[in-house]
Design a protein around this ligand. Structure first.
Ligand code: AP5
Length: 212
């Protein structure tokens, strides 16, 4: 079973991917997290991706497809996996087909631009354990500190209004292509991402349970 979360920046893909990963005991694969880790470690991949990410642009397809091909070969993906932030282009979607033909359920998160800007400008993340917080909807118990590993929280470098605007524009171009592609395949489920996290989680679980 392959679960795909598509949606604009800040629509809650990562938040739901974490919840669904725990619920169904399958790994979350976030291309954004993989790239940020590479940037933090200064690896060749990180050096290649850093300037694109800072500008809110997409990293090239070949690099991203290579990452996913390697990752889904790992043992923990045997029972299934969640893709958070992949595919973002038609070549990426087509590459998935060539990897394997696992049963696939695709969720398209829909949310207004105003709400996603509000969410992203109030997001804090843990650089160590990757937990995600929100100053409005999900504040940490101690101001500025991760509840789980007690590391000081940070703002993502691409969570500023200028880069959010660019990321949103990039998403608008992606959405049409991916929407058309998965609508034709007949496995696309739109989600009202403006609802509360728990409601969305229950909707996603119910769709997965009906389709697996
Ligand atoms: P990536 O890391 O994938 O970022 P993104 O798609 O912009 O999405 P975000 O992680 O910002 O948002 P999210 O939808 O996960 O929201 P979250 O759950 O955190 O990509 C970053 C960059 O990497 C790209 O710009 C690109 O350069 C590169 N990249 C990555 N993948 C690539 C690919 N496939 N191809 C090419 N380049 C690629 O929630 C946001 C906030 O809202 C949080 O504070 C959260 O607590 C809060 N929240 C969540 N749900 C709710 C809710 N229901 N109600 C209220 N608040 C909520």
């Amino acid at each position: 079973m392959r679960i795909i979360f598509l949606g604009p920046p800040g629509s809650g893909k990562g938040t739901q991917a974490d919840l669904i990963s725990k619920e169904f005991s399958i790994p979350k694969i976030s291309t954004g997290d993989i790239l940020r880790e590479a940037v933090a470690k200064g690896t060749p991949l990180g050096k290649k991706a850093e300037s694109k990410m800072k500008k809110g642009e997409l990293v090239d397809d070949e690099t991203i497809i290579g990452i996913i091909k390697e990752r889904v070969k790992k043992k923990d993906c045997k029972k299934g996996y969640i893709l958070d932030g992949f595919p973002r282009t038609l070549p990426q979607a087509l590459a998935l087909e060539s990897i394997n033909t696992d049963k696939e359920i695709v969720f398209l998160f829909k949310i207004s631009k105003e709400e996603l800007v509000r969410r992203l400008t109030s997001r804090l993340v843990c650089p160590k354990c990757k937990a995600v917080y929100n100053l409005i909807s999900l504040p940490p118990k101690t101001k500025g500190i991760c509840d789980i590993c007690f590391t000081p929280l940070i703002k993502r470098s691409d969570d500023n209004e200028e880069t959010i605007e660019k990321r949103y524009k990039v998403w608008e171009a992606e959405e049409k292509v991916l929407n058309d592609y998965y609508t034709k395949k007949g496995n696309l489920y739109p989600i009202d991402a403006s609802l509360g996290s728990q409601v969305i989680f229950e909707q996603i679980c119910s769709i997965i349970n009906k389709n697996r």
